[in-house]
Design a protein around this ligand. Structure first.
Ligand code: TXA
Ligand code: MG
Length: 302
């Protein structure tokens, strides 16, 4: 990897990776994304045994979470070790770590570790504020022009989960969910045997917490039926209004998450101006979907 960038598939979304110990390689991630340099990155490793390199004072509940949900769509924020420099953590005393559940991602991480690598820093492979890519083609469209010879985009097909990992703050005595995802609050509570907080107004900076994020060019309208010529996203049980352009008709909540970002992208590709979305109701993964949709619509999360 030695200073190069590698975009790679994960089960959540595609990441744009670089050697997490190499300041100039990591600087290229920020350049390609157009992301402010104080926004921290997630360090990806091949197994939970590797986290003690990057984190200190790892709480017992974090070990339980790692055992139950890694490899998987979960990121743990823990107090950082000496290895996690400011250019990874945005100057904070914590570091975010994830073991992704994707054969190609794990092969890349293991190979890199066999060569002496310690971890791969990777944000989602989109330009800052845009929709995360869930295919290699979407990565190419987002950041292709910022890649040099020697950089790579690995193709692993469409991401199976489709929304970014659940981020859990593990820096205090009880965990807090900073970003909802496919590892739901119920799953976390069952794993650690206590109830926890979700979407707290943490002091910790999570770039996904900026109000307008995951935004397509089209305007996203929530809770409305589409007018003729507008895009429409709703469960398959809802009929497409006359003249509207159906962008996704998921049958299940998992389908909804999996197809959402591709649907938003396809609206932009078709130059659709407005997208009307009927959001999923309920808990679990629906919370993560509504979180992303609310941001896509540029609304404040309360
Ligand atoms: O599913 C995912 O998490 C994908 C795949 C590629 O792993 N990655 C991803 O990365 O979504 P990114 O950079 O787009 O979002 C990671 C979020 C950012 O909002 C960042 O602020 C937050 O993680 N983060 C990173 N380090 C943190 C820290 N020390 N404390 C709090 N938040 C942190
Ligand atoms: Mg992102």
């Amino acid at each position: 990897m030695s200073g190069a960038l590698v975009a790679f598939p994960t089960e959540t979304v595609y990441g744009l990776g670089a050697d997490a110990t190499n300041a100039s390689a990591v600087a290229r991630i920020y350049e390609a994304k157009g992301r402010p340099s104080d926004h921290p990155l997630i360090v990806h490793v091949s197994s939970m045994e590797k986290i003690s390199r990057w984190a200190r004072e790892i709480p017992v509940y974090a070990i339980s979470l790692a055992r139950d949900f890694w490899p998987g769509p979960m990121t743990l924020v823990m107090l950082r070790s000496e290895l996690a420099k400011d250019f990874i953590t945005g100057g904070q005393d914590s570091v975010a770590i994830r073991v992704p559940a994707h054969a190609i991602a794990l092969a890349l991480l293991s190979e890199f570790e066999n060569m002496g690598g310690l971890g791969v820093a990777a944000p989602s492979a989109n330009r800052f504020g845009q929709v995360s890519p869930t295919t290699s083609k979407a990565v190419e469209e987002e950041i292709g022009e910022f890649l040099f010879e020697g950089d790579l985009i690995l193709d692993g097909g469409p991401s199976l989960v489709g929304v970014e990992s659940t981020i859990i703050d593990c820096t205090s005595s009880t965990p807090k969910i900073l970003r909802p995802g496919a590892i739901t609050r119920e799953m976390i509570e069952e794993c650690i045997g206590q109830s926890i907080l979700e979407n707290t107004n943490s002091e910790i900076r999570v770039s996904g917490s900026l109000e307008s994020h995951y935004t397509p060019k089209a305007e996203v309208i929530l809770g409305a039926m589409a007018e003729p010529g507008e895009g429409f996203i709703a469960f398959s049980t809802v009929k497409t209004p006359d003249g509207a352009i159906r962008l996704a008709s998921p049958a299940t909540i998992e389908d909804y998450a999996r197809t959402l970002y591709a649907a938003l992208r396809s609206a932009d590709a078709q130059k659709i101006k407005r997208i009307a979305v009927l959001q999923p109701e309920g808990d679990g993964l629906a919370i993560a979907i509504r979180d992303r949709l609310t941001r896509a619509a540029g609304k404040e999360i309360i």
